[in-house]
Design a protein. Structure first.
Length: 241
């Protein structure tokens, strides 16, 4: 990939520990005297533009966002009392993604920044085709925001590995977890299988993405140490060199 910056996406089934390890990675960068931007700290109504926050070293983003279309996904399209279909969700995610890529991700990468993102186009390819009332994976791939994200695929895709049974137990133990279909064991089993399938790996490898598998079944401290080692190794080899 011909870009100045470096783009890492961390993805996997619900309950596999992504958010927890990303918080630890943030702390590791702070301890290394890197200036980090967290999308979760952005309090303005509109999503951020890179030119307004261009003085950071590392940008931590996530999908869906909490602005504009992202807010609609989180607070309206995810309602369980009056369900929306998979088709509406697919279009909404694609547009939310397109806006964030245009306003922040692509300009930041062109400026030589590091981006570490929680979920991404990989999530849409895995989750959305098996959602109720959804559309085909080819239709999902060809939505404008998704085509843009595949074209500008991450340099590294870190896939967390945790059994559906373990993920299910973790989700059940969380009082603040929005469960719904994402907390159902049968659905988690489908996701676990899809995240390991050859077609998904090949989709990204064809774009030059390095795939890294991260076992998150161990105790948390061990998983955090392993994650920081992986990211330090990736960046030392491909970005800082």
């Amino acid at each position: 990939m011909n870009r100045k910056g470096y783009f890492i996406i961390i993805d996997g089934i619900a309950g596999s520990g992504k958010s927890t390890i990303i918080k630890a990675v943030q702390k590791n960068f702070i301890n290394s005297n890197k200036k980090i931007f967290k999308l979760s700290d952005w309090t303005h109504a509109e999503p951020p533009k890179f030119e307004d926050i261009s003085d950071f070293d590392v940008y931590f983003t996530y999908e869906p966002t909490r602005h504009w279309i992202g807010a609609a996904i989180r607070y309206e399209l995810s309602r369980e009392d009056d369900l929306y279909g998979g088709e509406e969700l697919a279009h909404a995610f694609s547009l939310d993604r397109q806006i964030m890529y245009k306003r922040l991700i692509l300009p930041a990468l062109n400026a030589g920044k590091i981006i570490i993102q929680d979920r991404g186009i990989s999530t849409s390819l895995v989750y959305q085709p098996i959602m109720p009332q959804s559309i085909s994976i080819e239709t999902i791939r060809n939505l404008p925001g998704n085509k843009l994200a595949i074209k500008h695929a991450p340099d590294t895709l870190i896939l967390t590995k945790l059994s559906a049974e373990n993920a299910f137990q973790r989700i059940q133990n969380r009082q603040d977890e929005l469960k719904g279909v994402f907390g159902q064991l049968n659905f988690l089993k489908k996701l676990e299988k899809r995240f390991s399938e050859k077609w998904l790996i090949e989709t990204f490898e064809k774009q030059g993405t390095e795939i890294v598998h991260l076992d998150t079944s161990s105790e948390l401290s061990k998983t955090i140490n392993e994650t920081n080692k992986i990211i330090n190794k990736i960046l030392t080899k491909n970005f800082y060199a």
